[in-house]
Unconditional design. Structure first.
Length: 480
């Protein structure tokens, strides 16, 4: 009880204080990283950060950033980190930390908008008053939309809304992984910011062309947001829908069963109609294409085919033989020097991921209230099934997960168990990986076996999230 009260008091602190506190923590670790790198053999700073800085040096000299071996990012990153050379070496880390704060602000804005929009939608048909539902159409008290806005429902209270929003940003701001990634000098928070900006433009501002521009920029910066394209497209479909919470649980089991008679599936001929674009979808596609064509065309003009290969094509042909979390790591290690690798091997490695992403895109892209949850599980699938998997990829999940925490109805014990399993599985992998990299012991098979266990843990957690995803259950929105 004491812990519960302490937690609630901590969460209810004004979100601005949380933002400042988390920024101070990040700045403190950046300062520590300078000391650590000078004193200890194993550096705190990510090796990629030095790669970014070296690429910036080439840009500063008027040359291609791809002259730096292993630089396989957008030239925008090398340009943005030129102050590493002109001002201070830690400028990039400070930039990534500030971007973390911007990410938290976007998470808060998107989440509040989603809850308020769905609440307003629900009020157009049903009033939730002390656990009962009344049709607004039959209510004599409601005369106009102006009066409707004045109605106070027990569905969402401002205090509760702020509480849930704070929980969501806390999950990002105080996450040890996101803190470490930013302060070590990894740039994945930039991609996360672009993804969230895309969602914000499309969901909250209804600026579909602008959302397309940001989506194209996100794809240019990091390839993985391209997998969200179908989900975004479906979200803007004329067939996308909301479901009334009262319609899900009206008065009797018989009514519920009647409304759920038709089984939902994406395998229907009529669903091909979903691919016929409307005006909003065309705006999204045009914005995305314009952004991609301009950015790719400009940098191709500056740096030639090497830009295309290193930034995009390399990721389709890469075979990372270094140990990583991927289920396919050991297979790639054993076949690294085999010239005639069967074509079907690559197909089997990527097909499960692609099939799941397409199904998730259609299923959750059409459901407006579950759209953000669809983005989350799509990202989990994409990361878990990827042929290369390192710790920085987990940021892709962490940046979107807070958007739908309020829709996942899990007990504290269940949620804690999932988090514990995830960290234990990751820690179990790190031990043989440490022996391999720093002690020179042949632990490849053990690294792979722990990778399999980590894959199973991720799939189990994914299953729990889907099973406990209940966006129409508003019990969590009752005032605390």
């Amino acid at each position: 009880m004491i812990m519960d009260n302490w937690f609630q008091k901590f969460v209810r602190i004004h979100y601005g204080i949380h933002l400042m506190t988390s920024l101070i923590i990040r700045f403190g670790l950046i300062g520590y990283s300078i000391y650590h790198d000078k004193v200890y053999t194993i550096p705190y700073t990510d090796v990629d950060y030095r790669v970014f800085t070296d690429a910036s040096r080439y840009v500063l000299l008027g040359e291609s950033p791809y002259e730096r071996h292993t630089y396989r990012y957008s030239p925008l990153l090398a340009i943005a980190l030129i102050p590493n050379l002109k001002i201070c070496f830690i400028f990039g880390k400070i930039l990534f930390s500030v971007i973390d704060i911007l990410v938290a602000l976007l998470i808060r804005k998107i989440l509040i908008y989603n809850i308020e929009e769905y609440s307003e939608f629900s009020k157009t048909k049903y009033l939730s008053i002390e656990g009962t539902e009344k049709s607004i159409n039959d209510s004599k008290n409601v005369r106009s939309n102006h009066n409707l806005k004045k109605i106070k429902l027990s569905l969402v209270h401002d205090d509760t809304l702020n509480f849930i929003a704070n929980i969501s940003i806390i999950a990002w701001l105080y996450n040890p992984l996101t803190i470490a990634i930013a302060t070590r000098g990894n740039c994945d928070s930039i991609a996360g910011l672009l993804v969230l900006t895309t969602i914000f433009c499309i969901q909250c501002k209804k600026k579909y062309f602008l959302g397309g521009l940001f989506h194209g920029l996100a794809i240019h910066f990091r390839l993985y947001p391209i997998f969200y394209s179908l989900t975004l497209f479906m979200f803007l479909s004329n067939y996308s829908y909301y479901v009334h919470p009262a319609a899900v649980k009206i008065t009797s089991k018989k009514t519920v069963c009647k409304q759920n008679e038709e089984k939902r599936t994406i395998f229907k001929k009529k669903y091909l109609m979903y691919l016929i674009p409307n005006r909003n979808q065309i705006s999204l596609v045009l914005g995305c294409l314009m952004s991609l064509v301009l950015s790719i065309g400009f940098f191709y003009y500056l740096y030639g085919f090497k830009f295309i290969y290193e930034t995009y094509l390399y990721h389709f042909v890469r075979h990372d033989t270094r140990h990583n979390f991927s289920l396919y790591f050991y297979l790639q290690y054993l076949t690294a020097f085999i010239k005639n690798v069967p074509f079907w091997q690559n197909i089997l490695m990527t097909l499960p991921q692609l099939v799941l992403i397409v199904v998730i895109s259609v299923r959750y892209g059409l459901d407006k209230i579950s759209f953000n949850f669809g983005i989350v599980i799509q990202t989990i699938v994409m990361v878990t099934y990827n042929t290369v998997l390192t710790s920085q990829y987990f940021v892709w999940i962490m940046v979107v997960l807070p958007l739908c925490i309020w829709q996942i109805k899990m007990s504290i014990i269940s949620a804690g168990s999932c988090i514990l399993v995830w960290f234990v599985a990751q820690g179990a992998w790190l031990f043989p990986a440490f022996l391999l990299e720093f002690k020179g012991q042949n632990t490849f098979i053990y690294v792979w076996l722990q990778g399999v266990a980590f894959f199973c843990a991720n799939i189990a957690i994914l299953g729990r999230l889907i099973m406990n995803h209940k966006p129409h259950d508003f019990k969590i929105l009752k005032k605390y």
